[in-house]
Design a protein around this ligand. Structure first.
Ligand SMILES: NC(=O)C1=CN([C@@H]2O[C@H](COP(=O)(O)OP(=O)(O)OC[C@H]3O[C@@H](n4cnc5c(N)ncnc54)[C@H](O)[C@@H]3O)[C@@H](O)[C@H]2O)C=CC1
Ligand SMILES: O=C(O)C1=N[C@H](C(=O)O)C[C@H](O)C1
Length: 293
C-alpha cells in the first residue's frame, strides 16, 4: 500500500461553522494527540493549536477519564476549539495524518496498529518499553512511518551524537555511567533518555547496550566490571529531566550533561517529527533522522 496516500491528507485547526472534518483536511496535516490530559498531552495540544502548519483533529484519553467529552480548549486554559477529548481511538485515529503519542507502552502498541491502518505518521514519545514491546511495533512500521525517541529535544539528540564520538575516542580505562533525575510521577527507570545516551556510548565502542549494560546495583555487588555501562535514577519533586553521561578514569572525569527546564522542548521536537514524517515511507525512524544528526 502506498504510504503517500491513505491518511496523509491535510486539515485545519478547529472546524469552521458548517464545515466537516473532511472539508478541513484540505489545508494542513491533521494531528491527533493521545494522552491529552497528561503533562505532555497538554503541552502538545497547546503547541498544535498555536501552529499554522498543522491542525488538531482529535485528542484521546483513556476510557473513564474525567476529560472525555470535554473540549481540548479547557485542557489548556483556552476558549473552546470544537475538538472534544475522545476515548474512541478507532474513530479518532482514522481522521489523522499524524498521531503524537506520549502515553504508556501498552496504549502506544494499540495506537501503532490504528495509525498503521490510517497510514498516519506515528510519533512516539512514550518510554518504558521492554524489548518485546519494541519488537511488537515492527508490523505497524511496515505500513506507515514510526518516529520514536526517548527524548525529542534538540539538545539531547545533539548530546547523543556527541556521546557516540566521545565513547569512540576513549578506551575502557574510562568507565561509563549514566545518572538521571526526574519528577516524582515518572514511572519508568532508567529514563528513555538515559537509555538513548547509554546506547550511543555503547555504539561508540562498537557494541550494543544489551551487551554492555550492567544491572541496577544494590547490596554487595562486587567491584565494577571493566567496559560495562551503569545507570542510576533519582526521582523527586518537579524535576523535568536531568541527565549526566559520565566517563570516569583514574585522575579525571568527562561529564556530558543535559538539563531540561521546560517540557515545551519535547513537544517542539514531536511536532517537527510529525511534519517531517509526512512525505516519508513506512519504516522506523528516530529524532536523529528528523534532525539530520
Ligand atoms: N520522548 C520524550 O521526549 C518524552 C517522553 N516522555 C514520556 O511520555 C510518557 C508520558 O509522560 P507524561 O505526559 O509525563 O505522563 P502523564 O501520566 O502525565 O500522561 C500520560 C497520559 O496518557 C493517558 N493514557 C494512558 N493510557 C491511555 C490510553 N489507553 N488512551 C489514551 N490515553 C491514555 C493518561 O491518562 C495520561 O493522561 C512517559 O512515558 C514519559 O516518559 C515524557 C516527556 C518527554
Ligand atoms: O517522563 C518524563 O518526564 C520524561 N521522559 C523522557 C525520558 O524517559 O527520558 C524524556 C524526559 O527526560 C522527560
Amino acid at each position: 500500500m502506498c504510504p503517500h496516500l491513505g491518511g496523509r491528507g491535510l486539515a485545519r485547526n478547529g472546524l469552521e461553522r458548517g464545515e466537516t472534518s473532511e472539508d478541513a483536511k484540505m489545508d494542513k496535516p491533521g494531528i491527533v494527540i493521545t494522552g491529552a490530559s497528561g503533562r505532555m498531552g497538554r503541552m502538545l495540544i497547546a503547541q498544535v493549536l498555536d501552529s499554522d502548519k498543522m491542525a488538531l483533529v482529535g485528542a484521546l484519553e483513556r476510557p473513564g477519564s474525567e476529560w472525555v467529552g470535554r473540549d481540548v480548549g479547557e485542557l489548556v486554559g483556552r476558549p473552546a476549539t470544537g475538538v472534544l477529548v475522545s476515548d474512541d481511538p478507532v474513530a479518532t485515529i482514522a481522521k489523522a495524518q499524524a498521531v503524537i503519542d506520549f502515553t504508556t507502552p501498552e496504549a502506544t502498541l494499540a495506537f501503532a496498529e490504528l495509525a498503521a491502518q490510517a497510514r498516519a505518521v506515528h510519533v512516539i514519545g512514550t518510554t518504558g518499553f521492554d524489548a518485546d514491546q519494541i519488537a511488537r511495533l515492527k508490523p505497524a512500521a511496515r505500513h506507515a512511518p514510526i518516529i520514536r525517541a526517548g527524548n525529542m529535544s534538540l539538545g539531547v539528540n545533539l548530546l547523543t551524537a556527541l556521546a557516540r564520538k566521545v565513547a569512540a575516542a576513549l578506551d575502557e580505562d574510562w568507565d561509563i555511567e549514566v545518572v538521571e533525575a526526574h519528577h516524582r510521577h515518572k514511572v519508568d527507570a532508567p529514563s528513555g533518555t538515559a537509555l538513548m545516551l547509554g546506547a550511543a556510548a555503547a555504539e561508540g565502542r562498537g557494541e550494543t547496550l544489551e551487551t554492555l549494560r550492567t544491572p541496577a546495583r544494590e547490596g554487595i555487588t562486587g567491584a565494577r566490571t571493566r567496559g560495562t555501562i551503569g545507570f542510576s535514577a533519582i526521582r523527586g519533586g518537579d524535576v523535568v529531566g536531568e541527565h549526566d553521561l559520565i566517563f570516569a578514569a583514574d585522575g579525571e572525569r568527562v561529564v556530558l550533561r543535559h538539563l531540561a527546564t521546560d517540557r515545551r522542548i519535547f513537544a517542539r521536537g514531536a511536532l517537527k517529527a510529525a511534519l517531517w514524517g509526512q512525505d516519508k515511507g513506512p519504516g522506523e525512524y528516530d529524532m536523529m533522522d528528523v534532525l539530520g544528526l
